[in-house]
Design a protein around this ligand. Structure first.
Ligand SMILES: [Zn+2]
Length: 126
């Protein structure tokens, strides 16, 4: 059974505003929250410890992140405006979900969530 994905409004706002701030560079944020049998809840974001503004998602060393079971996945921005994962993205999934926000980062219409296979997940903003 697929889990329901719930993402807090404040998290959506942080992803959008961080992406806007770094545009036209790529923004990368860790997504924190909790998971149970039926639900993934994302309720916090964190700038990755090794983030430098020269990094893009495709060059970011995800394997150096500490093992932290409160990390549900990673969000990154697509300054190109493409609201879908690239092949590189799909090879770099860390955690349970991948969130992509595409330019112009205005609302959740510019956000999509994917599972580890690259399938689009429905989600609810709470
Ligand atoms: Zn990407």
């Amino acid at each position: 059974m697929d889990k329901a994905v719930l993402i807090e409004r404040a998290v959506v706002d942080s992803i959008l505003s961080y992406a806007q701030m770094l545009h036209p560079r790529e923004a990368i944020l860790l997504l924190k929250g909790k998971v149970d049998k039926h639900t993934i809840v994302v309720n916090d974001t964190q700038i990755p410890p090794l983030a430098t503004h020269g990094n893009t998602f495709s060059t970011f060393p995800l394997h150096t992140l500490p093992i932290d079971f409160s990390i549900m996945g990673v969000a990154h921005s697509h300054p190109s405006g493409a609201l879908r994962p690239s092949v590189t993205d799909l090879n770099k999934i860390y955690g349970r979900i991948m969130v992509i926000t595409a330019y112009p980062y205005q609302s959740e219409k510019n956000i999509a969530i994917f599972d580890r296979e690259g399938k689009t997940l429905q989600y609810e903003v709470v």
